[in-house]
Ligand binder design. Sequence first.
Ligand code: SF4
Length: 279
Amino acid sequence: MREIQTGSIIEAVKDAAIRANLDLGEDVLRALESGLDRETSPVGKEILAQLLENAKIAREDRIPICQDTGVAVIFAEVGQEVHISGGDFKSALEEGIRLGYEQGYLRKSICHPFTRKNTGDNTPVVVHLDMVPGDRIRIWVVPKGGGSENMSRLFMLAPSAGWTGVKERVVQTVAEAGPNPCPPTIVGVGIGGNFERSAILAKKALLRPLGTENPDPELRPMEHELLEEINKTGVGPQGLGGRITSLAVHVLMMPCHIASLPLAVNIQCHASRHVEVLL
Ligand code: SF4
């Protein structure tokens, strides 16, 4: 058994929350640069250049990439040979986010659904926890903006819809979203599982670094085809027209019930924030 103190989990999550909101990842910067090279619309090119400049200013002046610092989403894999001491794991994650949003001067965006009273510290955190072999803890801190989350969709398709039906719904979701999710976007697609699993797959698909190929040879051509179709819609950067509506499509898939074909589309804006830490 390897012992990990909650104090080091809190510190790691706090630091990751601040870094995620201030430093746009190298993979996203490279994708935006590539988009700038390939975009043909002058307005689209100008927007992509501004997004790159915005990211540079945020990094240098230590200010958030976007005013919407998001819902704090955490994916965590806990090795079954880890013993967590000094408190419980979930409380440590909450405390790390609480401190990160306070000390990083990040906007607190979480409120009661009806009264809209702010919880004041950006908690509760949305945690997706997996037990895995080994003696390490891997944590991804993924702040998710409200604009792009609002444009995400879940469909329980008939099995006969097949790949054609899946493709239509994914492209339709991105096209109907228009400028609302702050394109260029990254589109996470979860196929199969059940109602809630497809949504988690779609969000988890966004964790894969941009510019990397899907390791599953069945899914790789699906991603290429979806991206091509999405970028034919002409939505373009910030919805003002152009070729670069999305930077990438990432797909995860798993078996499902014989009567179902669940499909979730989780749209991620250009402020694609994800920091991974290994303890
Ligand atoms: S969708 Fe993304 S870029 Fe747009 S306001 Fe929200 S966090 Fe910012």
